[in-house]
Design a protein around this ligand. Structure first.
Ligand code: DHY
Length: 326
């Protein structure tokens, strides 16, 4: 299969990814990780939930933690441009015969829950409470100084199908990895907001969430986080990096939260707003696509992911192994 043209005029207008809701098994332990170590700002909390935003964000939350017996992902949320777009989006999913359920979400206006082609639970809304800006309240900055949520990356058992589904909603592919032997996509990076991605897919047992990424000011913030994690009991939570990706050209680090949800710390990719921006193709066998400097990713990076609540997982259709490390 080759890349389909994306839909330049989709039925509804998604602005960007917005927030993730994780089930976590120990709220206090996760609070210490996300607030004290990563430096996200708490915007509300009670005995069951914690809401966070990053330093540049004016919306109330980019992450919600919900106390639970199992560590899972409850939903990935996207913001649409207007209430008209929200109703068009609901109609779009209904026409596909995907369930559409209107749900109450604190600090958000009308919100509906549905799922993508693989079953990934998605929520759409157009309005969230706006908070006073804190991006110049430098006294509040700590940890890795997270500025904003940047993207989701999901394991997909059929990346061609996932890309086609998101293409139709107006997501544009910026870079992709092809398995030359089968001619199928192995991974793809797709955006709405004008960076390399809001959503990416990686071949694997899916659907599962591979990671959620936060944009930070500079690579030095990533080095500082490594020093902090290495000396505060989190050395085993450092999984991959630091490094420079081939794909996206961003500086990166992958860490695992106390429940094993993977977080990417991400810095300086490039602008992709031109509608005629040509996708960059990579070969699965090229070791520089993952890390420009050649260092292989560990096996766990290809295998470990977070389950979506109530969603069953399938084996991937592409069986080529990307693992270079022993
Ligand atoms: C890559 C992974 C990401 C990302 C950009 C590029 C490439 C890779 O390591 O496979 O998570 O954000």
């Amino acid at each position: 299969m080759s890349l389909e043209p994306f839909n330049l005029y989709p039925d509804f207008n998604i602005v960007r990814l917005s927030h993730v809701n994780f089930s976590v098994t120990d709220l206090a332990r996760s609070r210490a990780f996300y607030s004290d170590t990563l430096g996200l700002q708490i915007t509300d909390e009670d005995s069951e939930h914690i809401y966070f935003r990053a330093m540049e964000e004016r919306g109330h939350h980019c992450m919600v933690l919900t106390k639970s017996d199992v560590a899972e992902v409850r939903s990935l949320s996207f913001k649409v441009f207007s209430e008209v777009d929200l109703d068009k989006a609901a109609e779009y999913f209904r026409a596909l015969e995907h369930s559409v359920e209107w749900v109450d979400r604190p600090y958000q206006g009308r919100t509906f829950r549905t799922h993508d082609n693989a079953g990934i639970p998605l929520e759409f809304y157009f309005k969230m409470d706006r908070l006073a800006s804190i991006h110049q309240k430098y006294a509040l900055y700590h940890g890795v100084k997270p500025l904003r949520i940047d993207h989701f990356n999901c394991f997909s058992s059929d990346v061609d199908k996932s890309v086609s589904f998101y293409n139709k909603m107006g997501f544009r592919t910026t870079e992709y990895t092809e398995d030359e032997e089968s001619g199928r996509l192995w991974a793809a990076w797709m955006h709405r907001k004008g960076g390399v991605h809001d959503m990416a897919f990686t071949c694997g047992r899916g659907p599962r969430l591979h990671h959620t990424a936060f944009w930070v000011p500079t690579p030095l913030n990533i080095i500082d986080l490594l020093d902090l994690m290495a000396t505060t009991g989190y050395v085993a939570n450092i999984e991959r990096g630091p490094g420079r990706h081939g794909i996206s050209n961003a500086f990166f680090l992958y860490v695992l939260d106390p429940d094993g949800h993977r977080i990417e710390i991400y810095c300086s990719d490039y602008q992709t707003v031109d509608p005629d921006n040509e996708p960059i193709r990579w070969n699965l066998k090229d070791p520089q696509r993952q890390t420009l400097w050649g260092a292989p990713a560990p096996r766990s990076w290809f295998e470990h992911g977070s389950l979506f609540s109530g969603v069953s997982v399938e084996e991937p259709v592409v069986t080529a192994s990307p693992i270079i490390a022993p």
